[in-house]
Design a protein around this ligand. Structure first.
Ligand code: SAM
Length: 265
């Protein structure tokens, strides 16, 4: 399989590289043994200085985010048998979390990324029924999910990790509308967001960020989801590792990220 070239698609391997480095730590916040083969040594080496920089600042955001959503998913795994990860990239939760074996986990992602992932997975065995689905989430995608056996009448947990900011406001709105149409009461959702202070960057990856949200609770409420949002570093989202100062929410002009858990009822 040829390399992934597009920057946004490539970010999936960068995330895997961060997790591969974390996997080497004896005190790591999670275990991700196949992250290294998905990222590749070259990318791990390239990313390592930046991972150290975030660690030194007390802001290992990707690591904290991964653990936060691992905990979220495992907290509902007893009662949920349908999981949908949108923009899954090199996510390995199908392989590394303790699912009930009759759980169905759908990974939607751009075709090139999923093809690359398949070429790197080797003989890794999923712990549930894993369904990779090639999709551009800017286009209609419900039918792609339904045809693979997704049941809209069964409670689902959705995960949108590292995804929404790569879409325009309009595409985010369409995505949330589709998710809601496909969800029955009792469904759950995890997502991370950045606020609008982050937009307008010229840096390699963040120049592709298009969607920011300053009021996550109101945003999800518009689609019928009751959300709670926490900033990385706050109580419940630091895991003893995110030690950088977190500004109270009423301080304006601050770049903020939010980790969101929401319920549809
Ligand atoms: N969720 C994974 C994680 O946290 O490791 C990957 C996050 S990565 C930063 C962003 C991912 O979103 C990439 O894999 C990219 O291909 C995917 N993505 C962005 N726009 C997309 C689109 N329109 N359709 C499908 N996937 C998309």
């Amino acid at each position: 399989m040829s390399e992934i070239k597009d920057t946004v698609a490539l970010s999936s391997q960068w995330m895997a590289a961060v997790r591969a480095i974390e996997n080497q730590r004896p005190d790591g916040l999670f275990s991700d043994p196949i992250a290294a083969q998905l990222a590749g040594q070259e990318i791990i080496q390239k990313i390592a200085p930046s991972v150290q920089e975030y660690e030194d600042k007390g802001a290992p955001i990707v690591i904290v985010r991964t653990r936060f959503f691992d905990d979220f998913l495992m907290s509902v795994a007893d009662s949920i048998r349908q999981v949908v990860i949108l923009g899954a990239g090199m996510d390995t939760r199908a392989f590394r979390l303790s699912w009930f074996p009759n759980t169905h986990l759908y990974e939607l992602e751009q075709p090139d990324v999923l093809k690359f992932k398949a070429s790197r997975l080797g003989d890794a065995q999923a712990k549930c029924h894993r369904h990779p689905i090639e999709a551009d989430l800017r286009e209609p995608w419900s039918d792609l999910l339904l045809v693979k056996g997704y049941q809209p009448t069964v409670p689902t947990v959705w995960l949108l990790e590292g995804l929404l900011y790569y879409l325009t406001d309009k595409k985010v709105s369409e995505l949330l509308t589709t998710i809601t149409e496909l969800s029955c009461p009792g469904s759950l959702l995890g997502a991370d967001l950045i606020n609008t202070e982050f937009l307008g960057s010229t840096e390699t990856l963040s120049q592709h960020w298009k969607f920011g949200c300053d009021e996550p609770l109101d945003f999800f409420s518009n689609y019928g989801w009751q959300a709670e949002a926490i900033q990385p570093g706050e109580e419940g989202a630091n895991f003893g590792r995110y030690t950088a100062k977190v500004y109270p929410r009423d301080v304006i002009g601050i770049k903020r990220g939010f980790l969101v858990k929401a319920k549809y009822s």
